[in-house]
Write a protein that binds this ligand. Structure first.
Ligand code: ADP
Length: 421
């Protein structure tokens, strides 16, 4: 079986596919079929057939273009490529020869003669046409290719413009919806806090544990909704290049200490050690206090989320002549090499989306996949860089991850126009 001669047939018409395949299989060949030009190129590269039978009118690339493409590959320089051309149009045959086919057969295929014709080309048979006709056809063929290329580029430009328009509509929609939701949600949050603090509820809470669970649960869940809405609003501002930085002399160690304090309780509950030595940190740099705090909050939150109980998280800083690099190092599950760029995309999560409604500080707890995109947008708006290094993801060996934030010590003077991918 394995030593049968392989023939690749590139044809979009199902009837012809079946007929030719049956005839040639019957004659002892192994026949593989592709319905489109691109598929034909891929199949040829994978299977390295001994002969290719090529229909000229294919839905994507023409048979001529497939031939030219294959001929540019050393492995297909000499193998017979036989075009199936319309008998009535000699120009079609000439163009195929100009594109580099070995020979041509008329369509519709004469099934009785086909095996002998195929054997002829396999044994080195070649068709020829008049030199002058061939040269003319070569000129016509290159013009045809350029015209088609131009039309394709125009078509792609039109679709790109349309995609950009739709992308903007989507961004505007998300932003508008988040805005509309934030106003009532802020009020709901305020009322829920008032309710929580009211003497009647406090009394009820003391009397019935259910009430305590309901009211505190309500406040906690509303807080989470406010956070999600705020994340969406921040990301849409960053995505549209509208991050207004409020640059002031900023003490990174102060920000970091505040962020750690925020997570202290969650870390203690999970027996995580957070290592931080403020003396190594620069006294001040120029940055936006609130946005830098948000980044550190996201990164430390992730380190906590993706490190199992009992792990170690270290926050350190290296100060150079012009910049400072903050390292957030965890002993967690790590990140696959393939994911190390993609995790910074909006809504990209390398984790199980089933976990997304779980607590933000639980091990492998949920998130929207926005935290890193926001952080990268903020750091780049400061003229800095955010990246990650990890040996890979392994929930047994726990290789850990290190996130690096590089920030210029001086203010980034140009107007931030950072656009997310
Ligand atoms: P999320 O809100 O889902 O955590 P992020 O944008 O903060 O979104 O992170 C994107 C993805 O990157 C996460 O879903 C997670 O798979 C991965 N990730 C981020 N930080 C870490 C880390 N410290 N260790 C392992 N994986 C991480």
């Amino acid at each position: 079986m394995a030593d049968k001669t392989t023939i690749l047939y590139i044809e979009d018409d199902l009837g012809s596919q079946m007929l030719v395949q049956r005839m040639l299989s019957f004659a002892g060949y192994r026949v593989i079929v592709a319905s489109r030009g691109i598929e034909g190129i891929d199949m040829a590269q994978r299977e390295l057939p001994s002969l290719i039978l090529m229909d000229i009118n294919l839905p994507d690339l023409s048979g001529r273009e497939v031939t030219t493409r294959l001929r540019s590959d050393e492995r297909f320089k000499t193998i017979p490529i036989v075009a199936l051309t319309s008998q009535s149009q000699t120009s079609e045959r000439d163009l195929a020869m100009a594109a580099g086919v070995t020979g041509y057969l008329n369509k519709p295929v004469d099934v009785d003669r086909l095996p002998a014709q195929v054997a002829h080309y396999l044994q080195g048979g070649k068709d020829t046409i008049d030199e002058v006709v061939l040269r003319k056809a070569q000129v016509a063929y290159s013009q045809e290719v350029v015209t088609r290329l131009e039309a394709k580029i125009r078509e792609l430009e039109r679709s790109n413009a349309e995609l950009r328009r739709l992308d903007k509509i989507k961004d505007d929609f998300i932003q508008l919806t988040a805005h509309e939701l934030r106003t009532p949600l802020t009020l709901i949050y305020g009322y829920s806090r008032l309710l929580q603090d009211s003497p009647i509820v406090k009394k009820l809470k003391a009397e019935a544990s259910d009430v305590s669970m309901f009211v505190d649960g309500l406040v906690e869940l509303i807080e989470r909704m406010v956070k999600v809405i705020n994340e969406i609003l921040t990301i849409s501002r960053i995505a549209s290049g509208r991050v207004d930085l409020n640059i002031t002399p900023t003490n990174l160690a102060t920000i970091t200490a505040a962020v750690i304090k925020n997570y202290q309780e969650a870390a203690q509950k999970r027996n995580l050690l957070i290592n931080f030595t403020p003396s190594q940190w620069p006294v001040t740099l120029h940055g936006d206090f609130e946005l830098l705090e948000l980044c550190l909050h996201n990164l430390l939150g992730n380190a906590i989320k993706y490190t199992p109980d009992g792990g170690l998280i270290t926050l350190s800083c290296r100060v150079g002549a012009n910049n400072a690099v903050i390292l957030i190092q965890d002993s967690g599950i790590g990140i696959n090499k393939d994911d190390q760029v993609r995790i910074f995309d909006r809504f990209y999560t390398a984790s199980d989306t089933q976990l997304h409604s779980t607590s933000k500080t639980a091990f492998r707890g949920g998130g929207l996949g926005l935290g890193l995109a926001i952080s990268q947008g903020v750091i780049e708006a400061h003229g800095g860089r955010l990246w990650v290094e990890s040996e890979g993801r392994d929930e047994e060996k726990l290789p850990g991850s290190t996130f690096y934030i590089e920030l210029p010590l001086q203010a980034h003077t140009s107007t931030p126009q950072h656009k997310l991918p």
